[in-house]
Design a protein around this ligand. Sequence first.
Ligand code: AMP
Ligand code: MN
Ligand code: MN
Length: 314
Amino acid sequence: MNCTSHDLQNLWSRYHSIMLTAHVSPDGDAIGSLLALYHWLKEQGKQVVMVVDDDIDDKFKFLDGAEAIQKPNAVHTDGQWLYVVLDATSADRCGKAADLIQGKVLNIDHHISNEHFADWEFVRPDVAATGEALTALFLEWGVGMTAAMAQALYMAIATDCGFFKFSNTTGHTLRMAANLVDAGAAPNTISEHLEAQSLIKLRALSEVLKHIELFAGNTVAGISFTPEVLKHTGEHTGGYIDYARNVKGVDVAFTVKYISDNETRVSLRSKTVDVNAIAAVFGGGGHVRAAGCTIAEPLSKAKKMLVKEIIRNK
Ligand code: AMP
Ligand code: MN
Ligand code: MN
């Protein structure tokens, strides 16, 4: 059922125990949205657990509460709990955290490919981040925003709109961010933490840059994270796609990442092409300008299939 802001405001009072989860490979929006809601619900006296079926990238650990995020096997819940799925199109996108769900589910999300799976949903494809939708809700409810909440929400919004540079940045996005700065978010601190690179990471970047390949008359750029390249980067390969996207003349950027001999993880970004439609061909989704999917093929074959599909959609 689609919820209004008012329905949502009333929903919390029906539950004492609440589990919050978000998608695997959690990005800034997933983590920031989790933490902001966690801080607020704790202040309401609720029992709250945050569960993510993945390691949290070290760069997010400066945020208050990040240390409280747990792995699914450490958590016990029951049918009386409310299960909140943040920044994800389906429960499946939360990996093993989805196996903990035994009761009613609320989904707060902003993906155009949302699968409308939850008992209650607040899905806003018109906003740049789940954190933007949450900020609007908190403002509407007149919630006293703490600095920790503001910091988490600002990080959520900023990371999903490329620090206010991508085409999903609207006046509303900027107004929500301005409200968060007024409530104690520190844009400089957030940028410093997210942009700080160890020398090892910088050297890994130089290795990754060597692997940018161009296709379709230099309008498509891709990076392959083979096991060899992953030795340099480690598992957190999230930010590298922007280097491919920023190559002059490139419209569509992609990364293909080795998961196993028969599984390849794909990320897509674009300036004009609908990459949600391309990801959907392989059972994934996301947004018009940023999407992802997993292809059950070896990396080199997955890459060929993907490039063919990108060219077909251009
Ligand atoms: P990523 O390239 O993993 O950063 O993902 C880009 C966007 O697409 C993010 O908003 C993801 O949440 C979303 N996304 C990635 N993979 C999928 C998928 N399999 N299904 C639905 N949405 C996805
Ligand atoms: Mn996300
Ligand atoms: Mn998001």
